[in-house]
Design a binder for this molecule. Sequence first.
Ligand SMILES: [Zn+2]
Length: 356
Amino acid sequence: MFEIFGRKVEPGQKVFDYCHVGYLAGNTECRIGYGVFNGVKEGPVLTLISALHGWEPMGTEIIRRTFLDVDPKDLSGTVVVIPIANPFSMEFGGTAESSGLQINPADSLNLNRVFPGRGGSGWLTEQLAHLYTEEISRVSDVVLDYHDGTSSNNMIPLVTFLAYEPELGYQADLAARTETLAKAMGAQVGRRIEGDAPDSGNISAALGIRGVPTMMLSVAGLGQVDENVDEGIRCTKNLMKAMGILEGEVDRPEYQLYCSGPQHKVLLTTAGGFFYPAPGATLGAWVQQGQEIGVILDPLTSEVRETLRAPFKGILGMFRGKMVTNPGGMVGHLANLEDYYWSLGTLPGSEDSSLV
Ligand SMILES: [Zn+2]
């Protein structure tokens, strides 16, 4: 018998339910929807949590679609899903309909910065973090936390994972176990983060110090159901296969490129204005060092305020789809094709580099 949030689930059973968290000042209830797919056979427990940031709802959709054709009778182990972990941040704020916020509008806190949270008299966001830290670490062997490119960018799969250095207090074998899973997920781009302390406030660090390998999958965006959602499903099922929960071979992409530190770069604008991508700069494409990837134009005069260029030869694993751009807006992510620490398959642009 599996039990989470006080609810018992029999082997072979699938349930959807809600966990009551509390009430706001006007008696609006805060409750969290969750699902449990409890396999008939014994096995590990995987928890999938999404929309810690409500302006990133694509993980919610990836989880929903992943389990449309999963029968718990075929599973060896258990999958817990928490598809909308920060409901008010999806529901309120934003600029058009429910385009959401990064923070929780109930207390203006960023849920993925307050882990492990605070029970009892904590702010609502801290109470949510406390609930997740306690319940998820109690039941889970592995956790996957979904993010996406928000309404400004789209993404091919990027798995981010902490190096879990023992000198920071993490278990000695945690880094190796996490990295093995992160590679088996089959994301095209990976990013290993070093030096992340257990008190840094994100869910990966808070669960890591409790011995639970936790990875972040960032994929899709623009609130758009496209092939990147399918890619997110592929990576999710790969993780279930790598853990032995789902039968079958891991489904690898054409290439995988995993970076660490400055080998992976977030590209930001300096100027505000309207963004237009350059020819050849598209999501998933590889670009040469110095290649123009887009411009920021003055929307009145058409003057070019900023020309954005690739700082190195790399893959645009994230790319902007939104025209109106604020100063400091995200134009994309670039993974270095000449300086990385692990790869598999045929990297794009590799024929070209062999000529150099
Ligand atoms: Zn996020």
